[in-house]
Design a binder for this molecule. Structure first.
Ligand code: EPU
Length: 417
């Protein structure tokens, strides 16, 4: 088990370089299976979710090399076998193998995916997409056996703009005969990244990034090269750190449009933020105004930044209300923040944050990835030392977080216990 210790209060000064997006990379890697040749992906983040996906690829017989963020995947010798529960259970994104293997071999056997315990997270929309495209699904004890005599394009309406269901349907439709239309598709930048990757291989996808995606199936996909887009959630997390403690803190290698829902809110709060083409410079703000926030699919405020931004709300002068509309169980950070001195009420899907409050070092637990990021931010502001246990959750999604924070002046250390 790993934990980190943070001595709070230090000003953050210098530059943080943003890594490739976790939620793009974890879809691009399984999608590579659809190619009949070698694919290359650049800017792959060094996080444990990527290690878990590589474990699956290697288990299936792919040849994988990953050096300095450059990944080469050769799936020519792959065997389509059942993916063991212990590996697929490690992360949510393992279910992109469901669609990639189904698209390529018309047969797949695997278990319900893992992932942070932040809500029920059913996969009914993904399964609906598979069925509309001609697959038959059997489920027993959380194991799915999915077969198709033939995959044929169809019209898929998603009940909610699900990122996973959009990507999964896109992956299968790429190898289905004829035209597939996904209505009410998710519009996240990661979906555009995956569609571009598939198009580079020879797929025919239009409309990614809008709510209607059209996919004309193709028989063969070739070799290709792509780059993982910058991680907008990692960007947002460090931008929030800058608003809390920055002294001209520079966050670089970013796409500012991807986090406009955050930066516009920060401006409403009165934060001093200078946004340029591919970097942001941000300073600590002494008198923050309270705001109301509601999580929504892109381009709305991302649920993945909801927990990190709560720390900033604790420093605002007045009451802020934040509503979580995507997940049922994403306030597990709140009791720990209150233990550290925050004054937050949970009222159903909303939290009411009474600010400003001083935060104090404490012993807390990272219950999930973004809860962990939130507690790291809280610890950076808090007076005294904070120990954050179960930090493995954070290492799943933030590349070199200890080094990145230490380089800009934070006092952070990682311990094995
Ligand atoms: N949903 C269903 N049925 C489905 C699919 C989704 O009811 O078949 C519901 C979910 O329960 C949730 C909502 O729809 O309430 C949105 O789920 P979505 O499918 O969009 O989420 P996901 O694909 O499972 C990805 C990210 C999450 C991120 C969400 C929303 C990956 C691997 N995960 O999850 O990232 O919160 O999109 O943007 O891409 C994180 O990085 O910390 C994280 C949780």
């Amino acid at each position: 088990m790993k934990q980190i210790k943070i001595n709070g209060g230090n000003i953050l000064k210098g530059t943080i370089k943003i890594s490739g997006a976790k939620n793009s990379a974890v879809a691009l890697i399984p999608a590579s299976i659809l190619s009949d040749d070698i694919v290359e992906i650049d800017n792959v983040p060094n996080i444990s979710d990527i290690d878990a996906l590589n474990e699956i690829l290697e288990y299936l017989g792919a040849k994988v090399s990953l050096e300095n963020g450059h990944m080469t995947i050769d799936t020519k010798s792959i065997q389509n076998k059942e993916i063991p529960k212990e590996i697929s259970n490690k992360l949510r994104a393992s279910y992109y193998f469901m669609s990639a293997l189904l698209g390529k071999y018309k047969h797949v056997e695997m278990y319900f995916p893992g992932g942070c315990k932040i809500g029920a997270r059913p996969i009914d929309q993904t399964l609906k997409g598979f069925e509309i495209l001609g697959a038959k699904i059997k489920e027993e004890n959380n194991k799915f056996t999915i077969d198709a005599d033939e995959l044929v394009g169809g019209h898929v309406y998603l009940d909610m703009p699900s990122v996973g269901a959009t990507i999964n349907t896109m992956l299968v439709a790429t190898k289905a005969k004829g035209l597939t239309i996904i209505e009410n598709a998710a519009k996240e930048p990661e979906i555009v990244n995956v569609a571009t990757f598939l198009n580079n291989m020879g797929a025919k996808i239009t409309g990614a990034g809008t709510s209607e995606i059209r996919i004309k199936g193709v028989e063969k996909l070739n070799s290709c090269f792509t780059e993982v887009i910058p991680d907008r959630i990692e960007t947002g997390t460090y931008v929030i750190a800058g608003a809390l403690l920055g002294d001209n803190l520079k966050i670089e290698n970013i796409i500012p449009e991807h986090i406009e829902s955050l930066t516009l809110k920060l401006k409403e709060m009165g934060v001093d933020i200078d946004i340029q083409n591919n970097y942001i410079i941000i300073n600590k703000c002494e008198k923050l105004k309270p705001v109301n926030l509601k999580t929504l699919g892109y381009p709305g405020f991302p649920t993945d930044l909801q927990q990190p931004v709560t720390v900033l709300l604790t420093q605002c002068n007045g009451v802020s209300v934040l509503e979580e509309t995507i997940y049922e169980n994403r306030f597990q950070n709140v009791p720990y923040l209150n233990e550290m001195g925050a004054n937050i009420d949970i009222i159903g899907k909303k939290i009411k944050v009474h600010g400003p409050t001083k935060l104090y070092g404490s012993k807390v637990v990272a219950t999930d990835l973004r809860a962990g990021a939130c507690l790291i931010l809280a610890a950076l502001v808090a007076k005294g030392e904070t120990t954050i246990m179960d930090i493995e959750h954070v290492l799943r999604g933030y590349e070199n977080i200890i080094e990145k924070l230490t380089n800009v002046g934070a006092q952070v250390s990682l311990e094995e216990i």
